[in-house]
Design a binder for this molecule. Structure first.
Ligand SMILES: [Zn+2]
Length: 337
């Protein structure tokens, strides 16, 4: 068996050189390397991480002299008290945001499976310092305003814990029952992620319905074009989603199935997620690449029922972009012909 290396083979350039011309002058460009390897510990086997992983407890450290409680317990001796020793202490699992957390929608590949997520600092009951945690919501997509400075949040434990900081995250206590808020070691599987509160749509006038029908025809055309576009199809290879779209004026479904995409006028019995947009033009504009759908979600013009489906929306935006690009390329071919 070949042992895996710290740096994957594919990232190591070949030995070699080539000539590059910059501003009319030739330069010899040679692949070379500068490297440093190091060994590190992130405290994986410390009492703090073991308590999170094995006992679903949150530990801090208390200075034996001044009594300040630091969470996480990053000091064994207090610098304010002539390095008096600290002792481990358990703190509460409900806390308050001490800042308004920024939300990451477009993460690097390393964190993409977690996005969108908030990242902010929480002061847990019994603690004097704030701990950084990831933040989620069970109300659908995480958008600005759900969790702010001062929002009370609850620590939630992943079902599968591996002794890392991502074993826990927080959600607003406003989204939990009394029992859940008071339960020590609340796990993610105990939270209802499946029935977020859908925004209600105002009653549609005849005009709204007409507007919806017109947009629907245009969207159907765009989606048909996407279905015939190779790059667009690649963006949804291996992807399978039934999306219910609800707008003022009507409902339709976007069906994605491993490269195939279609739009049908029907109500799905069990959609993978729901998209609600007051004005259907917002979605139409997104599909036509006149403004990204992801932006409309962040700006709260479109709501989706599942946070993690932001990735699907991201793919729809990519498809719209590919479609416009290929049309442009075709146009320029035609012009030059
Ligand atoms: Zn102290």
């Amino acid at each position: 068996m070949v042992k895996k290396k710290v740096i994957d083979e594919q990232y190591i350039p070949d030995v070699g050189s080539h000539i590059e011309t910059i501003d009319g002058k030739e330069y010899l460009i040679t692949n070379d390397a500068m490297y440093t390897f190091y060994r590190r510990t992130k405290g994986e086997l410390s009492p703090f991480f073991l308590a999170l992983k094995n006992d679903k407890r949150l530990l801090g450290c208390r200075c034996t002299t001044c009594g300040i409680v630091r969470v996480p317990p990053f000091l064994t001796h207090c610098p304010d008290c002539n390095f008096a020793p600290t002792e481990p202490v358990e703190v509460g699992q409900v806390g308050t945001m001490n800042t308004t957390p920024p939300i990451t929608y477009f993460a690097t590949s390393l964190f993409q499976h977690m996005a969108p997520y908030g990242r902010g600092r929480v002061i847990f009951k019994g603690a004097d310092t704030a701990m950084s945690v990831n933040l989620y919501t069970n109300t659908g997509i995480l958008v600005p305003g759900i969790i702010k400075k001062g929002t009370e949040v609850k620590l939630v434990f992943r079902d599968e814990r591996i002794g890392e900081m991502t074993d826990v995250f927080c959600i607003s206590t406003a989204e939990l029952t009394r029992e859940q808020i008071h339960k020590k070691g609340l796990q993610e599987s105990e939270i209802n992620w499946e029935t977020p509160q859908e925004p209600s749509l105002p009653a549609a006038s005849e005009e709204d319905v007409a507007r919806y029908r017109k947009a629907l025809d245009e969207m159907k055309g765009l989606i048909e074009d996407m279905n015939g576009n190779e790059s667009a199809r690649k963006a949804i290879a291996g992807w399978k989603r039934d999306i219910q779209v609800k707008a003022k004026g009507g409902q339709c479904a976007i069906l994605i199935d491993d490269g195939d995409i279609k739009m049908e006028e029907r109500v799905l019995s069990s959609p993978d997620f729901i998209m609600v947009c007051d004005d259907i033009a917002t979605l139409l504009d997104g599909l036509a690449y006149r403004g990204a759908i992801t932006d409309s979600i962040i700006n709260k013009k479109i709501w989706i029922s599942k946070n993690m489906e932001f990735n699907t929306i991201f793919n729809l935006d990519r498809m719209a972009r590919f479609l416009v690009r290929s049309k442009k390329t075709k146009d320029s071919f035609n012009e030059s012909a």
